[in-house]
Design a binder for this molecule. Structure first.
Ligand SMILES: Cc1ncc(C[n+]2csc(CCOP(=O)(O)OP(=O)(O)O)c2C)c(N)n1
Length: 690
């Protein structure tokens, strides 16, 4: 279930079975029962009406239904796709090669506000997921807790439609309007909704039309803004009174018995509250022992050559009679030779081998994004289309030795709901590697709330984390202001206390080891990978078989140039960088006798000092140190790395900056201007200022 603040206590007590004393403890004792495992303290927590809860609803026949309420931020409605992703994970049997979904095991329920349902775009994005194969959950129950006002805003100012629920019409969702004063009518609406879901496995919506008896919150005076409405509400009998009256009129209850029931329920609350206060006064204050921040953890990610060969072969196998597009066939065939011939493994190839190897180790994988099946840059081709029949075949789903299931889907054209869905999925499936890919990283800010409120802060607020892995294509290649930057700076600003990992790899082998490490580490955390575009096929970036059969992800890559390796003592200048600009620097370095050492920081968060120290110790004669980036000075990694690197430099040395100056827009719109700026950056990196 996902919901906002209103009605939450009711849900906690009546649907999740949380006892009254636990509720009083949160309100009166200020106790929180969520911890943030792995932080160096127990998290900063959240206001109580945002915290999730798990419990059980006991039916009258004695059955127990597990109920989970998902933690949410103040940002109304953003929890909706998280709920569905979470439900999808619970519905998926993925510890088998031929994974399957069983929507009958879990039912997502979303409770909306009337103003928020009409106003927040994420609602429409979520409704659009209902029938998509990669996102189906067998139908969601939507309930609009419609009190006909949004804080102080009247309906006429909040939406252009007659009903709060009208958006759902566009998705052919059945809408049941029901008067919240009619208790039996409400139950009938719910039963109808349940039957619809059971029969048609699609979304259904109940528009529960009622009113808000008091103000928006404890401090609010509703008569300031809705005087006539509140005059009527004051003289309007409550649901309880109306329902009791109907039972009395029907001869099912006496007026006296109805009164006694109410008194007894109220007395129970008072008693529970008093006994809580008495016990709270006695209880000694004890604070939990702090959990320590763990910074590194060895995981082996190399794969033996014979296994890679076998996987490679399986990944190239299609059924008899399947016609691969001839152009593509040539490309794929190259992967056969690539394993054996020197440095021929490109990005897409390394990725396929990493994912396939994980499947054979029992790690389930879910991979989604806009056009991800083929890959935005035509680099992946994980799903093949028969050139004659259009039939699809994904060899990675048929690996003979796979012990877990693989899902890959082209997502709808959405960043917000799709990322939130994967966040929810990954949270309920910490056994799985869940990868979400942006078309270009630039579009990720369309999902900023999910990054800020869930991915970055969720662990500290709610103790919730996951293995969600983001692939954000990033790099300055003349594509203009919206095809260059995945806003590395934003992620690095949000990264703290090991809440998520940030990496920017420059070789397919590094990517291979990083993906495998992310899936296998015991310490569960999201990972943001700034993934490449031109490097996908750049020959200089390609890896060799032995890069995959040995080694592991290196957070820092020292300069492999033979001249520098042979004579590190001659190095006077050290250039630090991260990502694709390394290859621009390498191209310039090619024609020089003496050149700086170029050091790549590939693991940005958590920033590890030790590997940097080790590299610096190799260059005892160096006196000039610069950070080079493509991004403007107010963007990229500069603000994050500068203070960290500066601390590690030899005494008296400063870290210089080379990159674009401060800019309001991340990149140039004109390709010529881009080329000129890149050339200037590379020259300055080598100490040439003009
Ligand atoms: C995305 C977002 N914008 C603004 C707010 C501030 N806010 C909190 S409650 C509220 C009114 C919500 O009205 P409605 O959806 O009808 O729910 P109700 O509070 O009436 O139950 C607003 C605007 C918010 N929490 N989230």
């Amino acid at each position: 279930m996902g919901m906002a603040h209103r009605g939450r206590l009711n849900v906690l007590v009546h649907n999740i079975g949380r006892p009254y004393p636990a509720i009083f403890a949160e309100f009166e004792g200020g106790q929180k029962d969520e911890e943030a495992p792995g932080l160096d303290h127990d998290g900063t927590g959240d206001v109580k009406y945002h915290l999730g809860a798990e419990g059980a609803y006991l039916t009258r026949s004695g059955k127990s239904i597990a109920v989970a309420l998902i933690s949410n931020p103040s940002h109304l409605e953003f929890v909706n796709p998280v709920v569905n992703g979470n439900a999808r994970a619970r519905q998926t049997q993925r510890k088998t090669r031929d994974l399957y979904h069983d929507p009958s095991v879990c039912w997502p329920i979303q409770i909306h506000g009337d103003a928020a349902f009409a106003g927040q775009g994420i609602v429409a994005e979520t409704l659009n997921l209902d029938a998509l194969p990669g996102y189906q959950v067998g139908g969601t129950m939507h309930l609009i807790a419609n009190n006909q006002v949004g804080f102080t805003t009247d309906m006429g100012d909040a939406r252009s439609t007659q009903h709060a629920s009208d958006l759902a019409k566009g998705f052919d969702i059945p809408i049941i309007h029901v008067n919240a004063d009619d208790a039996e009518g409400c139950l009938a609406a719910v039963r109808l909704g349940v039957m619809y879901r059971q029969q048609f496995h699609r979304d259904v919506l109940i528009d529960l039309v009622g009113y808000r008896r008091w103000g928006h919150n404890e401090a609010d005076e509703p008569a300031y803004t809705q005087p006539l409405m509140y005059e009527r509400i004051r003289s309007h009998a409550s649901v309880r009174v109306q329902y009791a009256q109907s039972l009395v009129e029907g001869g099912l209850l006496t007026e006296e018995a109805a009164g006694q029931r109410f008194e007894a329920a109220y007395q129970k609350l008072i008693d529970e509250q008093q006994s809580f206060r008495a016990s709270a006064a006695k209880a000694a204050q004890s604070s939990p022992a702090p959990t320590r921040l763990v910074t590194s953890e060895a995981v082996s990610t190399d794969v033996p050559a014979d296994r890679l060969r076998a996987l490679n072969e399986s990944l190239l196998t299609v059924p008899d009679g399947f016609t691969i597009n001839p152009k593509l066939k040539r490309q794929l065939e190259r992967r056969r030779a690539a394993l054996e011939e020197g440095s021929g493994i490109d990005w897409g190839h390394a990725e396929a081998l990493a994912l396939a190897s994980l499947l054979t180790e029992g790690v389930p994988i879910r991979f989604t994004g806009e056009d991800s099946e083929r890959g935005t840059f035509s680099q992946r081709h994980m799903v093949l289309h028969d050139a004659k029949t259009g039939e699809v075949w994904a060899p990675i789903r048929r690996l003979p030795s796979a012990l877990a299931g693989f899902e890959i889907y082209n997502s709808p054209l959405s960043e917000l709901a799709t990322l939130a869905f994967e966040y929810g999925y990954a949270t309920a499936a910490s056994d799985a590697l869940v990868v979400w890919e942006a078309q270009y990283g630039d579009f990720i800010n369309g999902a900023q709330v999910i990054i800020d409120q869930f991915i970055a802060a969720g662990l500290s607020k709610w103790g919730v984390t996951n293995r969600l892995t983001l692939l954000l294509p990033h790099g300055y290649e003349g594509g203009g202001p919206e095809h260059s930057s995945a806003r590395l700076e934003r992620f690095l600003q949000l990264a703290a206390e090991g809440n998520f990992r940030v990496a920017n790899c420059t070789t397919p082998a590094q990517y291979f080891h990083l993906l495998r490490r992310q899936a296998r580490r015991a310490r569960v955390r999201p990972l943001v990978i700034f993934s490449p575009k031109s490097l996908l096929r750049l020959p200089q970036a390609a890896s060799r078989m032995e890069d995959l059969t040995q080694g592991t992800f290196q957070p820092v890559l020292d300069d492999p140039d033979p001249g520098i390796v042979a004579n590190p003592g001659a190095v006077r200048r050290v250039v630090f960088c991260s990502g694709k600009v390394y290859y621009d620097l390498l191209a310039e370095a090619g024609g020089r006798d003496r050149r700086p050492a170029i050091v790549r920081i590939e693991g940005l968060h958590t920033f590890l000092e030790e590997p940097v120290r080790t590299v610096l110790a190799r260059y005892p004669s160096a006196t000039e140190f610069v950070w080079v980036q493509e991004e403007p000075r107010n963007m990229g990694a500069w603000s994050y790395v500068a203070p960290r690197l500066a601390l590690l430099l030899p005494a008296g040395c400063e870290l210089g900056y080379v990159g674009r100056p401060e800019r309001a827009s991340p990149a140039e719109g004109y390709p010529e201007a881009h080329v000129e700026e890149q050339a200037r950056i590379v020259k300055e990196a080598f100490g040439v200022n003009k």
